[in-house]
Every structure is written in C-alpha cells, then in structure tokens.
Design a protein around this ligand. Structure first.
Ligand code: 4AD
Ligand code: MG
Length: 478
C-alpha cells in the first residue's frame, strides 16, 4: 500500500502545500463536504474537505461515521475555526463501510456502561482513544524508569503452585474433567493425575520469584498480569490486572518508599510531557462529569491540576498507629459517619478511612507504614516490637491504595516462625526459604497496581474503563 502520513505528524509539522495520503476512520461528515478523520495516532481529527460536486454520488453516500477511508490531497491552511490545517481531498478511497443503521457509535454522548457492553468498539471513541494512549505511555515510562536505573526486567510465571499473598484468592488451573474428576482413596480430587501432577493456579503476584532475582541481580522488576478471585465488585477491583513489582537487594523500607515515590513522580511527569492533548481532553471530560455530582462529592482539583500537585508535593509519611489516632478522633468517626467505625488499634483500614486520610485530612498522597502483623502478608519484616511489620501502602486521592509493599523478612528463623504461625507449609516454599539460607540480605519491594495508576492519571472513575477487556465477577466477555 502507498505510505500513509499519520495525522499526529501532520498536525505537528503542518506541511502546507504538500500532497499526502491519510488513512483512518470517519468521525463525522458534515454538509457533504467536511470529514473529521481520526487515525488513532492522536485525539485530534484532520478535517478533510471533499469537493462533492465532482465526486461520485454513490461514493459520497458511503462516507459515514465509522467508515474506513483513505484520502489523498493537499494540505492547506484552514479557513475554518478549530484547526490550523486541513486537507483538500483529490481522491477518496473507501476500504470499509459502517452502516449508519447498525453502527452503534453514532456521534452523540454514550454512557460508560453502554460503551463497556461494546468494548470491542469503544477504542474508536475519543475518550477511550485518549485513555489507551495514556495507558501505553505509562507502561513505556515505567520500563524506561527502571531501565534507566539498571533494573533487570523479569518475567515471572503466570501458572504457579504457590499463593504469594497467602490470601487464598486464586483461580485454579487444571485440565482434569469438571465432571467426575479422578479421586484419591479419601475421595478428594486427585491432582497427581492433573497436568502438572499437583494443584496449580494463576499467580496473584510475581513477588516471591522477583525476590529470587533481586538476590542475584541486585535490582529487578516484573510487569505482568496477575489474577485475584476476590469477589469484590467495586470500581477499583479487577479479577485480572497488571502489576509492576520492583524488588531491591540491600534496601530497607525507607529506600523502598523513596523508590516508589520517585517512580510515580517520574511516570506522571512523563505523561504530562508526552500526552498533553489526551490529558487536556480527559481533564475537560472529568470536569463535565463532576458537574453531575453533588457539590460535596466534587473533587477540589481538575485532572491536570491534580497531576501537577502530585509531582510537586512530597507524599505524607506516617505510621499505621499514627493514622489510627487521626481516624479515631476524626469527625466522621465521632459522628458515626464511617460504615466501619475505628474503635481500636489493629483494625484493617477500609477504603473510606484511606480516602479520609488522603482527601480530607492531609489533602495529598500518603504513605502508611508499620502495620499490625495480623493484617499483612507472611513475608514482611518483623519490627522490634514483634507486633508490627515493615509494610507500606501508598494511598492516592480518589483511588485509595495504589501501591502495597514492604521490607522483606530476610532472617530465616524469623520467617520460618512467622510461616508456622500462619500455617504456611515450609515444603511448598522451600525455594523461598533457600534464598535466606544462601547469601540472604536486607531487601525490599512493592507492587503498583497498573490499572489504578491509569485510573488516577486519566481521571476515569471506574477501573473497568482503563483496561481493554475487564474481567470482573460475572463478566469475561471478549
Ligand atoms: O497489596 P497487594 O496485594 O501486594 C502484593 O501483591 C505484593 N506482592 C506486592 C509486592 O510487594 N511486590 O497488591 C499490590 C497492588 C495494590 O496496591 C493495588 O494497587 C493493586 O496491586 N491491586 C489491584 N488492582 C486491581 N484489582 C485488584 N483486585 C487488585 N488487587 C491489588
Ligand atoms: Mg495491599
């Protein structure tokens, strides 16, 4: 095919007087004359002006919203408002029609719920175009951040036999027949006869394997899909999500917090510099959406303002114990406005508490550390008090927990004792314990939920709208 010029490039270089070929999809066609053409390279459309008098009438009728077309013509300065250049088309090629009677994406407002039902087509809207270009840029910026610092990118297994978080929220992987599977003499399913000759599941986290890498390479990170069979039907939970998990040897909790803060800062800065048009569009979109909310639920800052704010202010750091004091004495707690009232030390924080701390009390991102051991995973390093662990959660406005991490328990005896307390069999994790036997050292890492980051940066209120094909309880379409 003849080489097309991308619209992004045309708008950036404005090559007036040149003849070029553009190819894309019709967004609108006005007055039999003005095509708004989008080719996915940018949120902005190119206005293609056709001379309808010289055009074949049958072909003209086929220029409809959604049709795939090519346009060859000369770039000229635009007379109209809203664009600096446009194309005077000399030849239009129609590759694929889109019947206006049946094509669902006609130019009008569509609800997010409706667009979710047609997720196979929603990339073709301005909103989803912007969201997924930003998602790409964030992924790129994350790889760049770690690469620049000499981290090794590790691909950890997707099928595993261990439960990295010890929370039991796993999807089983099996090739045994669902009806009448082979049984053991005790009448249980006989996984010895299964594909891997043992019980396996989809991974909930690549952390344990990343730790093995960190204790050889020094600094590693993973960026892959993770799966959680938790029955949480919220705007922040997916059953399949992508997680970034750096792991660093010779590092403590403070180094870990610094790394997480630097990473978030750096990737947000990257998109502010490289996705300006998309973010400006999303900023306006969010402002519109906010208007439909009651005054007290509206966010005080616009999207761009919020992103600038996050990169220009240090995150607030405090311990779980300090946070509990603040929450216990807070107005919503005293007036019994929280669904889960904070009565004493040891309670797990709910999203309402996290959001109070971030959005009402500190009004900026918060890092909470040193949680009670009872509410955290087995691998976190025990503090001197034998009661709290060197955990950290980063809480973001509108999102709640965006990062969860910790310094790891590097002492073999302490780790074994903790696993025994939590009834985690040593045999299953012998390899994880071995790394404490041979050249153990202080190390730390964290997990960043990629979709929660994309949600924060794009201002989309539902996590289902920042992943192409969301998997949630009761839904695995496409
Ligand atoms: O806090 P989590 O469960 O921590 C871990 O998995 C550790 N192994 C990470 C580590 O230290 N290497 O999950 C980490 C992050 C959360 O903070 C959240 O952003 C995201 O992953 N997350 C989810 N995102 C979407 N849907 C879900 N169901 C999520 N569960 C966790
Ligand atoms: Mg967590």
């Amino acid at each position: 095919m003849a080489k097309r010029t991308k619209i992004k490039q045309l708008l950036a270089t404005t090559p007036i007087g040149q003849s070029v070929l553009v190819q894309g999809w019709v967004r609108t066609f006005r007055n039999n004359q003005f095509i708004a053409l989008n080719d996915g390279s940018t949120i902005d459309n190119l206005q293609v002006v056709v001379d309808f008098e010289s055009m074949d009438q049958e072909q003209l009728k086929r220029i409809t919203t959604g049709a795939a077309i090519g346009a060859q013509g000369t770039i000229v300065a635009s007379q109209g408002k809203g664009q600096t250049i446009e194309m005077k088309a000399e030849r239009i090629t129609i590759y694929g029609d889109a019947d206006p009677e049946t094509y669902p994406l006609q130019p009008k407002r569509h609800s997010m719920e409706f667009l979710r039902e047609i997720a196979h087509l929603r990339f073709k809207t301005s909103t989803f175009g912007a969201v997924f270009r930003v998602r790409h840029a964030l992924a790129f910026a994350i790889h760049q951040f770690f690469n620049d610092r000499g981290f090794v990118y590790m691909h950890t297994p997707i099928i595993t036999a261990s439960d990295a978080e010890g929370a039991g929220e796993m999807f089983r992987v099996s090739t045994l027949p669902a009806i009448n599977p082979p049984l053991t003499p005790e009448g249980k399913v006989d996984y010895k006869q299964d594909f891997f000759e043992r019980e396996t599941n989809l991974t909930v986290s690549g952390q344990l394997e990343a730790e093995l890498g960190a204790l050889a390479f020094g600094e590693v990170y993973t960026f892959g899909p993770t799966f959680r069979a938790e029955n949480s039907n919220t705007s922040r939970h997916l059953a399949e999500f992508w997680m970034i998990e750096p792991e660093v040897a010779f590092a403590d909790l403070e180094d870990n917090m610094n790394l997480a803060e630097d990473m978030l800062n750096s990737v947000i800065r990257y998109v502010l510099e490289n996705c300006r048009e998309d973010l400006e569009f999303l900023d306006k979109r969010l402002a519109e959406e906010e208007k439909s909310k009651p005054q007290n639920e509206r966010s005080e800052m616009g999207l761009l303002e919020k992103l600038e704010f996050v990169i220009n202010n240090r995150f607030e750091r405090l311990t779980y114990t300090e946070a509990i004091d603040i929450l216990r004495n807070s107005t919503p707690n005293k007036k019994k406005k929280f669904k889960y009232l904070i009565e004493g030390w040891g309670a797990d924080l709910q999203s309402e508490h996290e959001r109070y701390l971030v959005e009402k009390h500190f009004k900026k991102p918060v890092i909470l550390t040193d949680y009670p051991k009872q509410i955290k995973a087995f691998y976190m390093r025990m503090n001197e008090d034998n009661n709290t662990v060197r955990a950290m959660d980063i809480l973001f406005p509108g999102i709640g927990e965006i990062v969860g991490g910790s310094q790891r328990e590097e002492r073999l005896d302490v780790l074994k004792a903790r696993m025994a307390e939590m009834h985690i069999p040593e045999e299953e994790l012998y390899w994880y314990l071995d790394i404490r036997r041979f050249g153990s050292c202080p190390h730390a890492g964290f997990g960043l939920g990629f979709e929660r980051l994309v949600q924060f940066v794009t201002g989309m209120s539902n996590i289902r709208d920042v992943i192409a094909f969301p998997r949630t309880p009761g839904n695995a379409s496409f």
